[in-house]
Ligand binder design. Structure first.
Ligand SMILES: [Ca+2]
Ligand SMILES: [Ca+2]
Ligand SMILES: [Ca+2]
Length: 268
């Protein structure tokens, strides 16, 4: 009987971590696109903010937008909380440009590789006309307050990685957007980046029409916690990293299973 139980535990661990999702894995894992906050390709950090519109479930102490300016520190409290469905716009000078590879990155404050509070990202040249990135979420079921999201199931959401590591975005993905074609948005002069919390209850859908789930409901510092955002000097991902998907056994020691009850006293 004991052997059977050990086998079942092993099987469950293998099932949880052993198969690759559709997208790149957690920070510092082989093939991850996460960018560390001290990466040499970082050019400049957001230096102004506009239109901070917090959603529900945010305590007053987490409503300081200045915490989103300058270098993302990786400290859990150095954030501005967006709350459920809340948003903020960050300003960049010099502006973000569409260089080869990734062009900017957004940092959240997650304490783990799998407690992931997500946000959509939009860019603008004039501060009025914003266009968003296509988003992809393969998380099949609702995620509880202290539940988890597999980073390999999501793409183009800020908040994909743990604190200290940013989610990278490539402006080139937007080149066929009508606003770009018409000239309202210039991908070589992105002065503003808007970050908007995903409520995560499943009421919002991704670009393929699938419901988006992330931990819900959350309280105190509900929803996305923004540490900072930076422009990148065209951070390129090597071919080796892009081709590394076949190795699905590796997982981060900081990750944990589907219901992280051991972290239940932490609210971030
Ligand atoms: Ca680019
Ligand atoms: Ca939060
Ligand atoms: Ca910060």
């Amino acid at each position: 009987m004991r052997r059977l139980i050990i086998f079942m535990i092993f099987f469950c661990l293998l099932f949880d971590f052993g198969f690759s999702g559709e997208f790149d894995p957690a920070a510092e894992q082989k093939g991850s696109f996460a960018v560390k906050n001290d990466n040499a390709e970082i050019l400049n950090w957001a230096d102004s903010f506009y239109d901070y519109l917090p959603g529900k479930n945010v305590d007053e102490i987490w409503k300081n937008p200045l915490n989103a300016l300058g270098k993302a520190s990786g400290e859990v409290s150095d954030i501005v909380c967006l709350g459920d469905g809340g948003e903020i716009t960050l300003g960049f000078y010099p502006p973000v440009k569409n260089r080869p590879g990734f062009d900017f990155a957004v940092f959240e404050n997650s304490f783990s590789d799998r407690f992931l509070e997500l946000a959509r990202v939009f860019v603008s040249t004039n501060g009025t006309d914003f266009i968003g990135f296509d988003t992809f979420s393969n998380t099949l079921n609702p995620v509880s307050t202290y539940g988890t999201v597999n980073p390999e199931d999501i793409k183009n959401f800020a908040g994909k990685y743990r604190r200290g590591y940013g989610t990278c975005f490539d402006l080139d993905e937007l080149r066929e957007n009508q606003m770009v074609v018409s000239g309202k948005v210039d991908l070589n002069e992105i002065n503003f980046i808007k970050i908007k919390d995903v409520i995560g209850s499943g009421e919002e859908t991704d670009s393929r029409g699938n419901p988006i789930f992330d931990p819900y409901p959350t309280f105190g510092s509900g929803g996305f916690d923004l540490d900072g955002a930076c422009s990148l000097d065209g951070l390129l991902i090597s071919q080796d990293e892009e081709d590394s998907d076949e190795d699905g056994i590796e997982y981060s020691g900081e990750g944990f299973g589907n219901e992280g009850g051991c972290f239940i006293t932490i609210i971030f």
